[in-house]
Design a protein around this ligand. Structure first.
Ligand code: COA
Length: 159
């Protein structure tokens, strides 16, 4: 069984992430979508909130598991029997960074392959930071994130 992992901070999940995740499910027999706990980014949503949003929006897609992890991604891959790391490339600007991480992860754990999926052009400009910024000023992000995330953002920012 080919198990893939789609890891990130997902603060919050966007339609761009969802698109990559759905397409990863076509390639892999199972996809783990994993929220990283230890990244240095200051987040708007805590781990539990991010996991809950992903479960709500992705839980019924393919054969999937929604989790969070601490430490190195490759250690988590080992623990979960993952053979494919899925990354989304939105534009050429993502490439250098992704290339370096893919090489680093392969050096650390050669049996795991990184696969890059090219983001749908409809979503290639979206980032979680932009979504938070627009939503924070009361802008409409309903076409950029799933409905549940849109509602959760509104509650978080304006409750
Ligand atoms: N659609 C929309 N947004 C996307 C996207 C897509 N398809 N692909 C990337 N993004 C956005 C993300 O929302 C994020 O936006 P933000 O910076 O505004 O929050 C940004 O692009 C960067 O995303 P990503 O590259 O996935 O980084 P991340 O910070 O979310 O997660 C980890 C990076 C967690 C996968 C990586 O740091 C990791 O593996 N950490 C564990 C520790 C480790 O193993 N380190 C060694 C390898 S560096």
């Amino acid at each position: 069984m080919r198990i893939g992992i789609y890891a990130g901070s997902f603060d919050p999940l966007t339609n761009g992430h969802l698109d990559i995740f759905e397409r990863a499910n076509v390639i892999c027999d199972k996809v783990i979508i994993a929220v990283a706990k230890n990244i240095t980014k200051k987040t708007l949503f805590n781990i539990e909130e991010r996991v809950e949003m992903i479960k709500e929006c992705c839980g019924s897609v393919g054969n999937s598991e929604v989790t969070s992890f601490n430490g190195l991604l490759i250690d988590y891959c080992r623990e979960k029997g993952v053979s494919v790391i899925i990354r989304g490339i939105r534009a050429i600007i993502d490439f250098d960074y992704e290339y370096a991480i893919a090489l680093l992860n392969r050096r650390l754990l050669p049996e795991v392959e990184t696969i890059f999926l090219v983001a749908n052009s409809e979503y290639s400009f979206i980032s979680s930071s932009m979504v938070k910024e627009v939503a924070g000023y009361g802008g409409d992000v309903s076409t950029l994130v799933p409905q549940f995330v849109n509602d959760t953002l509104a509650k978080k920012l304006f409750k």
